[in-house]
Design a protein around this ligand. Sequence first.
Ligand SMILES: Cc1cc2nc3c(=O)[nH]c(=O)nc-3n(C[C@H](O)[C@H](O)[C@H](O)COP(=O)(O)O)c2cc1C
Length: 214
Amino acid sequence: MHPDLTAIRTEYARAGLDESDLDPSPTRQIERWLREAIDAGHPEPTAMTLATATSGGEPSARVVLLKGVDARGLVFFTNYESAKGNDLAENPRACANLFWVLLERQIRVNGAVVKVTREESEAYFRSRPRESQLGAWASEQSGVLEGRAALEARLAAVRERFGDGEVVCPPHWGGFRVVPDRVELWQGRPSRLHDRLRYTRIDDQRWRVERLSP
Ligand SMILES: Cc1cc2nc3c(=O)[nH]c(=O)nc-3n(C[C@H](O)[C@H](O)[C@H](O)COP(=O)(O)O)c2cc1C
């Protein structure tokens, strides 16, 4: 039986979002909503859909984990030679989206993307479980594999190579930072009359806030 998708309809009535609720800094506001999602026990509260595009304008989106937010922007880690890495090398802009269904909230961030420093990537890599560290060496992310066995064989070779020694951060692996120039917060409201407030960067310190029609 096919589900009737047109009949799936959720009313959002948990909360409102007022201009006076906002922190003057959009990244502090993101941190505040993240903390509330974590405190609410949201599954994968840091899961962030990241959209990139080739220089020709072909878009791709995928989920990555947000690993840091501060005044400079939003950091995630990945393989620099993956499809997203290639997109960002030729077109260093992205749109990131966080959605917390339990809180009826979404955040959209648009901005330029820069690599974090090697030191930041290495420090985060050191904090990862060893199996994930080995996986970063074994996986040519977004490349075609002949089969699962080919991946297992690559992992075995990497395991052999590092033995009991430290697994260093691969040169092709590291962090990117999305440096926001626009941040939109969305709070679901009844009858689709949602609250949408958007920060737009004026300069290094100042942001303009506007309300958008739902
Ligand atoms: C919940 C979740 C978290 C993920 N976190 C990451 C991540 O932090 N970094 C990453 O490179 N891929 C992550 N992935 C895998 C990506 O969605 C994607 O499959 C992979 O990065 C390859 O994307 P690309 O071919 O567009 O480069 C995650 C997937 C899911 C579902």
